[in-house]
Design a protein around this ligand. Structure first.
Ligand SMILES: [Zn+2]
Ligand SMILES: [Zn+2]
Ligand SMILES: [Zn+2]
Length: 103
């Protein structure tokens, strides 16, 4: 596994208790499949299987490399720069998320 060199970008140590949806989808009336959170600024976005791919869009436009899955029971993170999945032990908590409108 390729090591990620961006762990100093992680600013989110505690996940939010609950989120409503992908922030951009909420603003634009879009639909998401799975939710991810940016570990640098805490922005919630949708996965690359969602129609609008807001999580990777945010990573590209902001330069924030790391996201973590907010899906129940999932603890993995992903680095968009290194294109590698990893577990980041310093991130705690579990987020309640609503069911996807896309099922
Ligand atoms: Zn990285
Ligand atoms: Zn979205
Ligand atoms: Zn961010």
């Amino acid at each position: 596994m390729t090591p990620c060199t961006h762990l100093d970008h992680v600013r989110v140590a505690q996940l939010p208790e609950s989120v409503e949806s992908c922030e951009e989808c909420l603003a634009t009336g879009g639909q998401w499949l799975h939710l991810r959170i940016c570990l640098e600024c805490g922005k919630v976005g949708c996965c690359d299987d969602s129609p609008n791919r807001h999580a990777s869009g945010h990573a590209r436009s902001s330069g924030h490399p790391l996201i973590r899955s907010l899906e129940p029971g999932e603890e993995w993170s992903w680095c968009f720069v290194d294109e590698v999945a990893l577990l980041i032990p310093g991130v705690h908590g579990e987020t309640r998320i609503p069911p996807s409108p896309l099922g």
